[in-house]
Ligand binder design. Structure first.
Ligand code: ATP
Length: 298
């Protein structure tokens, strides 16, 4: 079966920067794939190349087995990109009606509005929407053509908790209909909540491509911070399931994928712990350890 998206050795160079430095990837029909990576990793460039909006410097790109600029391929796609523009004086429903008119077999306007959670804002002018509502409108516009594949570039930026929940439910419903979803995000939690496959991109290369469970085990996504009150013998921190240990006076900072196991072991060793804090690690920092240890078993 022809892959929906196929990249083979794709490079994209902007001046001195290799935004994509040799990416090979195939996405099959019905997959939900999250491309995860820090700022500047190459996620937006990858989506732009898949959609034929940017030409790769080298390598091969196929969308439904065709050149991505081919209208027959493009008409089967919906895209929500970071910089979209919509006339501010039209109402939400008017813009949706306008976009639907571009497609041969659009989704009904009410279904688009409901999927995007815009029922209350349908009569409102686009210019009066909040940032999060505007994101929902862009999502609605990506759906108008009843696309077989949806490309969503950082779709939840600016959405509040409720809007994100509506959005995640809508994406799941669309995927359940057999659609293919490709989205980018900075958030491991979001990738995990939606995708069955996570492609981690860093510095223009794919550094991991696996189901969320495997990625979570490999990315030290939690930071454990505590105060040992008194000076500590460093040996007591050896052999913990961590990827980084930082000490500054009595302060200890650990990077780990398994905070519970780390804490269990610290308590077992009788390490005095005060001011304990467990928080999500900075993804950039986590990626550094992932790149530094390629091939590390999950
Ligand atoms: P973010 O999460 O910040 O959106 P990203 O993973 O989507 O980042 P890209 O936007 O693909 O990353 O950018 C990859 C690299 O290419 C960055 O170093 C960026 O500065 C550079 N880049 C992107 N577009 C251009 C352009 N039009 N001209 C020059 N450099 C560019």
């Amino acid at each position: 079966m022809t892959a929906v998206v196929e990249l083979e050795g794709v490079r994209k160079r902007y001046g001195e920067i290799d935004a994509l430095a040799g990416v090979s990837l195939a996405i099959q029909r019905g997959e939900i794939v999250a491309m995860l990576g820090p700022n500047g990793a190459g996620k937006t460039t990858a989506i732009s190349v898949m959609l034929g909006l940017r030409r790769p410097t080298a390598g091969r790109v196929r969308l439904f087995g065709l050149d991505p600029t081919d209208r027959r391929a493009r008409s089967r796609c919906g895209a929500m990109l970071q910089e979209s523009g919509v006339p501010p004086v039209l109402s939400v429903r008017e813009v949706i009606t306008l976009f639907r008119a571009y497609y041969p077999a659009p989704l009904p306007a009410d279904r688009v509005i409901a999927l995007a959670g815009l029922e209350d804002r349908a009569p409102a002018r686009v210019g009066t929407l909040s940032g999060g509502q505007r994101q929902r409108l862009y999502f609605a516009l990506a759906l108008c053509g009843d696309p077989e594949v949806l490309f969503l570039d950082e779709p939840t930026v600016g959405m509040d908790v409720e809007a994100r929940r509506t959005f995640l439910d809508a994406v799941r419903a669309l995927a359940a209909d057999g659609r293919t979803i490709v989205l980018t995000t900075h958030y491991l939690e979001e990738a995990d909540a939606l995708a069955r496959r996570i492609v981690v991109i860093d510095h223009g290369v794919v550094i991991a491509d696996a189901p969320p469970r495997e990625i979570k085990a490999r990315i030290p996504s939690k930071r454990v911070h505590f105060d040992t009150v008194a000076a500590l013998d460093g040996a007591v921190l050896e052999g913990l399931p961590v990827t980084a240990v930082e000490r500054s006076g009595s302060q200890v900072r650990l990077l780990t994928a398994e905070p519970e196991a780390v804490l269990r072991e610290l308590f077992r060793r009788g390490v005095p712990i005060a001011d304990l804090e467990v928080a999500g690690a900075d993804l950039e920092e986590a990626f550094l350890t992932l790149t530094a240890r390629p091939g590390r078993p999950p």
